[in-house]
Write a new protein. Structure first.
Length: 181
């Protein structure tokens, strides 16, 4: 009697999420054999989901865009208080945790630069919309958009991370700051 159980097939998303987690450690670790080992599968699993390295790189950048920008934007605009929700996503849920790694990687992977520009524009457009909804004029909304984006982009690059309690406190302080008219 065969006691071995067949493992469920690893999803494409599992490969892509593992790739983002690995990229955060450095692009030199983003090798198919290393990813397969981390996932506990053979390299054949990779080729089940991706045609080649170029297909994988494009899929990874699109996954990052979709999961950490498009999906988040939808959550933010479904919430009652859009600014509070984007602060929660950035400070507590850490949706920008892969941004620095992706941007550094793009220096060596020019094929993903357009996706990064698209993400930047989507994020700036969403922030601008949030600030315009606060009845700010165009110039004030653009300035707050840039300040917010700069502040929260820098947040994940700081070596001192906020505790959950401090992140929640910062959420309230920043909400008050950015809504001050």
């Amino acid at each position: 009697m065969n006691q071995s159980k067949k493992k469920p097939r690893l999803s494409r998303e599992a490969w892509l999420q593992q790739a983002l987690d690995t990229l955060a450690k450095g692009p030199e670790h983003l090798r198919i054999d290393e990813l397969a080992e981390r996932l506990g599968v053979s390299k054949g699993s990779f080729y089940w989901h991706f045609e080649n390295r170029s297909d994988f790189i494009q899929a990874m950048a699109e996954y990052w865009r979709d999961k950490y920008t498009t999906d988040i934007r939808d959550v933010v605009f479904a919430a009652e208080d859009h600014l509070r929700e984007i602060l929660k996503e950035t400070l507590i849920d850490k949706v920008g945790r892969y941004d620095l790694a992706i941007r550094a990687w793009a220096r060596h992977e020019p094929s993903i630069r357009d996706i990064i520009r698209e993400v930047d524009q989507m994020r700036l457009d969403a922030l601008y919309r949030i600030f315009r909804e606060l009845d700010l004029d165009e110039a004030e909304a653009r300035m707050r958009t840039r300040v917010f984006a700069a502040c929260h982009s820098l947040e994940d690059s700081l070596s001192v991370q906020l505790s959950r309690k401090e992140a929640e406190r910062q959420l309230e302080l920043r909400h008050a700051f950015f809504t001050r008219l």
